[in-house]
Design a protein around this ligand. Structure first.
Ligand code: 0CG
Ligand code: SF4
Length: 322
């Protein structure tokens, strides 16, 4: 392997990166539930799409299940940050489960928009990835009104009831640029398509994309820390490649980094998805430092200060000192 001279090797770390307010709240919800009620606490689906977060919570006594039917009657179940459909709430109620809803408030906002437009008899073009939990939850709010648009190819084939009563909504964790392109194409086909009242792609997704663009312009390689099923993390790799990086990889942690990726590279960019704990980024920086990339500069593109209160079910019990 050929490394450049040490003086020329540097790392640019994007900021903002890592935990968003919705992930922080969801992870804390499971931690607080374990403290308050004791193990086990059941969690429907991965609380956030990160292998390390899930493993850490499992060690503390969380049990992750795919569906509420796997949860014993009367037990506590936390719903993940990605949200659930009304049908899941109903199933949980029927089984007498005690639920803690850790759906991110910004996902709930999209659910509310879906319900409102459906009640006004709009058809809703939901831009998002088929099979993603958030899309399943949002679509479940108004299954008869929502049509999924998964990528540009779907623009030409999606069918609607009335092209003059049509709105688009989206998953919160998409590529901003790709979504803009999809909407432009949709409007060519449906000129009366209306926009959502506010952005559905959330602040954290947008900011992490702005930040990675800045470092990708100067880095040959961009390492994105995140899990393979994390939509917002995967988008960061695509955005980095579109904005100047010669190569970009998504890694769960430093152990996935291959030495040959660093061949001939002088500037490495590092960022992480919204579901990624900072210690994993620290691990990547330590790994790079061992290979001569010790000069680390943080590049701040946007300041973030968003915080969300814990789910109300927990706040009530925390106040009561249960
Ligand atoms: O980016 P997605 O929606 O796949 O989720 P992840 O858990 O990685 O991060 C944000 C949330 C919730
Ligand atoms: Fe909420 Fe956005 Fe974070 Fe998803 S990525 S949990 S929508 S803040």
């Amino acid at each position: 392997m050929t490394f450049e001279t040490p003086a020329t090797r540097r790392v640019l770390v994007a900021r903002p990166r890592g935990y968003c307010a919705g992930v922080d709240r969801a992870v804390q919800a499971v931690e607080k539930a374990l403290e308050l009620y004791g193990a086990p606490v059941y969690v429907r689906k991965q609380i956030v799409h990160n292998t390390h977060v899930v493993r850490t919570l499992e060690k503390r006594g969380a049990i992750f299940v795919e569906e509420t039917e796997e949860v014993p009657e009367g037990a506590i179940v936390v719903f993940s940050a990605h949200g659930v459909s009304p049908a899941v709430h109903r199933e949980a109620a029927e089984r007498g489960l005690r639920t803690i809803d850790a759906t991110c408030p910004l996902v709930t906002k999209v659910h509310n928009e879906a319900r409102r437009f459906a009640s006004q008899d709009y058809d809703i073009l939901l831009i998002g990835h088929e099979g993603h939990e958030e899309v399943e939850g949002t679509a479940g709010e108004a299954p008869d009104h929502i049509r999924l648009v998964d990528g540009l190819d779907a623009v030409d084939t999606v069918e609607v009831k009335d092209p003059d009563r049509l709105v688009w909504l989206s998953q919160t964790t998409l590529s901003v640029d790709e979504t803009t392109e999809t909407v432009t194409r949709l409007k060519e086909r449906f000129p009366n398509l209306i926009d959502p009242p506010s952005d559905d792609i959330c602040y954290a997704t947008q900011n992490r994309q702005v930040a990675v663009k800045e470092i990708a312009a100067e880095a040959q390689l961009v390492i994105v820390v995140g899990s393979q099923n994390s939509s917002n993390s995967k988008r960061l790799v695509e955005v980095a490649l579109d904005h100047g990086a010669d190569a970009s990889y998504l890694v769960d942690d430093a152990s996935f980094i291959r030495d040959e990726w660093l061949d001939g590279v002088t500037t490495v960019g590092v960022t992480s998805g919204a579901s990624v704990p900072e210690d994993l980024v620290d691990g990547v920086l330590a790994h790079l430092a061992e290979r001569g990339f010790a000069d680390v500069e943080e590049v701040e593109s946007v300041q973030e200060s968003v915080r969300f209160a814990l789910p109300h079910e927990l706040r009530k019990d925390l106040r009561a000192g249960v």
